[in-house]
Ligand binder design. Structure first.
Ligand SMILES: [Zn+2]
Length: 105
């Protein structure tokens, strides 16, 4: 994510213009890294359950790398681990739903 390499549907649609780039989780017209991690209601629900302060998660500064750095600088060690784990789980869940039709609790 931090090097801009997540194959989001918006990124893939740059190569395949006929591709549907709407969010698999909520139907938002464009699935970007920012949307997946911060704007999507699915991600917002998970962040709310994480006990990581939303005030550190919600502002998006520049690209994904800047966002990650900002958040990681604001969190203590335990919260940084939870942040990384949850970002990974959000991406993993999205991929499972999009590619395999899986829904996880
Ligand atoms: Zn969404």
């Amino acid at each position: 994510m931090c090097i801009g390499a997540l194959p989001t549907l918006s990124e893939l649609a740059k190569w395949r213009t006929d591709m549907d780039k709407s969010c698999a989780m909520c139907g938002n017209p464009e699935e970007t890294t920012r949307h997946i991690m911060v704007e999507c209601p699915f991600a917002q629900q998970l962040w709310a359950l994480s006990n990581i302060a939303w005030r550190w998660i919600s502002p998006w500064h520049g690209g994904a790398a800047e966002w990650c750095l900002f958040v990681l600088q604001k969190l203590d060690r335990d919260s940084r681990q939870r942040f990384c784990m949850l970002a990974w789980k959000i991406w993993q869940h999205r991929c499972g739903k999009l590619m395999e039709g899986k829904e996880q609790n």
